[in-house]
Ligand binder design. Sequence first.
Ligand code: DP6
Length: 357
Amino acid sequence: MSNSTEKTIKSSIRIGWESPSNIALIKYWGKYGQQLPKNPSVSFTLHTAATRTFVTWSPDEKFDQPEVTLLFEGSQKESFRLRMANFIESVTEKYFPSLRKGHIQIETSNSFPHSSGIASSASAMSAIALCLCDIENFISGNTTSNDIFYRKASYIARLGSGSACRSVYPLMAVWGVDPSVYESSEEWAVGIESEIHPVFHTFHDDILIISPKEKSVSSTAGHQLMENNPYASARYTQASQRLSQLLTALRDGDLDTFGKITEDEALTLHALMMCSDPSYILMEEGSLSVINKIRKFRKDTGISIWFTLDAGPNVHVLYPEASESSVTPFILNELKPHCHEGKIIRDRVGTGPVKLC
Ligand code: DP6
């Protein structure tokens, strides 16, 4: 280790990353082992919905495990601090031992409003993972290649929240094994930007906030319910098949196949929830109204516009740049009235995380 590095680690280090949320097209739903997915998934990386996280690491020999403090949007939030502290405790033990003797101060905030119902563990956990990997590189003097850095960040983010591993790449990422995706793995996601047809590089995702309420069943609980779902094994096979068909459509710029598979996936996700024991429904009346209107508008006009759903009532409206001028009035006049307080986050595919300091 060089003298300059030794000198640096005696004082505090502050590093910041902004990391986006992502929306899955093929859904990760069901997991095993340590945060490994039962089926492969693919997502669009978003642009506007993002988390900014700053981590200050202050070395202190008196600690055996890192002491974590956290400010969320300027205020203390104990439940979030505890989640982060548990995550940091577990990942530093195995992957960042040099960070354990110190104090870790986290300041984090979201670009999207508090009560938008899209509280995103993907953006939060990918942002903290990027910060930890970056600090560790700084302390150890490592100059890993970008590829190795993002792969480690993806791996660490996965341990915090599965879907977070896809957020560290621009445009699109695949998590889980697909034979056509080089180095695809269940342990990390792989960026696939270079393979994707240009029409998808400027895709829009308008997030219709149907309800800002916290979900009645968390994603983590939803994954668990897949364990006794009678359709689980057929579902995992279907997801792998759909992924390979969708990847072909994404490479070819085949919008119709893209749209069909994407909508089928969204409805399958919610059908699986309805078939769980106990069954539950996260869509609301507004979600169904919007879905029906999107399908009718597409049928009547022939305009390219589709939807997908997260594990909640909000609807993501997906369309290519070329549809924007005709889709915007439709969204504002027909769909916005179904949104909670008319809330829409007009997002689009993004270029991935950004280092802030
Ligand atoms: C429906 O990644 O939130 O959004 O790994 O338990 O944190 P944990 O679950 P999470 O599940 C996301 C489920 C999904 C589909 C997806 O993003 O692929």
